[in-house]
Design a protein around this ligand. Structure first.
Ligand code: C5P
Length: 231
């Protein structure tokens, strides 16, 4: 199914049952869903099968980071299970990313492959502590460019970074953005947030939204009120 919606709902649940209970309140024509490390580690491929069976396109957010051959194998495994999008860490380097892209191409797998640049949880000091001498913003741009040169389809980034990445990498390069808070929602533990419409205006192509939808009394009406506001 071709979903004409930029929304990706984060199914951050510790069990298959809890994740499916939420998915059953969502419409696969109006959003995609994201499966992260905790849910996948607990439930395994069963969660992908169950979500695909319900008609959802799935972003498998496992942020692979390893030697090229290992990452390529993991990306291939994800793609063969039919996921719509999967990601790796750009800091794994050009060869790691290129090998993963080549693997998908050689197997004729159409899964979107995107890169995490700098984790938004890292402060400037923490980034420096890992041996990176530049600011997080500079490193994000550097890695976004490297990801694009390596054939990746886009990056995960904060909406604050979308405009700069659009400048360097263009409109077609995917910018998948968490930290989204509609005006009606609480901040939760997010610090640097943007509203859905501001994020799209800034250049984000996809919006990852968790609690503003999943913790809402009526998730589909929360989702609809986000969609109606988009430019
Ligand atoms: O509930 P909330 O909307 O804050 O969920 C956002 C989702 O995006 C979570 O799955 C979170 O792990 C993920 N994420 C994030 N910030 C990042 C990268 C991923 O919030 N920098």
């Amino acid at each position: 199914m071709a979903v004409n919606s930029p929304l990706i709902i984060a199914l951050d649940y510790p069990s298959l049952d809890a994740a499916l209970c939420m998915a059953d309140q969502l419409d696969p024509a109006q959003c995609r869903v994201k499966v992260g490390k905790e849910l996948f580690t607990r439930s395994g491929p069963a969660v992908l099968e169950a979500l695909h069976g319900r008609g959802f396109e799935v972003f498998l957010d496992l942020k692979f980071h390893d030697i090229p051959n290992t990452v390529a194998g993991a990306v291939q495994a994800a793609a063969e299970q039919g996921v719509w999008m999967v990601n790796v860490h750009a800091s794994g380097g050009r060869r790691m990313m290129e090998t993963a892209v080549e693997r998908l191409q050689s197997q004729r797998l159409a899964t979107h492959l995107i890169a995490v640049t700098v984790l938004t949880s890292l402060s400037a000091e923490e980034l420096h502590e890992t041996g990176v001498p530049v600011s997080p913003g500079e490193q994000v741009e550097h890695l976004a460019r490297l990801a694009q040169q390596s054939g990746m389809h886009g990056v995960v980034c904060s909406a604050q970074e979308s405009a700069a990445i659009r400048q360097t990498c263009g409109d077609d390069f995917l910018k998948v953005t968490p930290g989204i808070r509609p005006a009606f929602a609480t901040l939760d533990d997010q610090q640097r947030i943007m509203t859905p419409s501001a994020a799209i205006q800034a250049g984000s192509t996809h919006l990852v939204v968790g609690r503003p939808v999943t913790q809402a009394e009526d998730p589909m009406s929360a989702l609809a009120s986000i969609l109606v506001d988009l430019p």
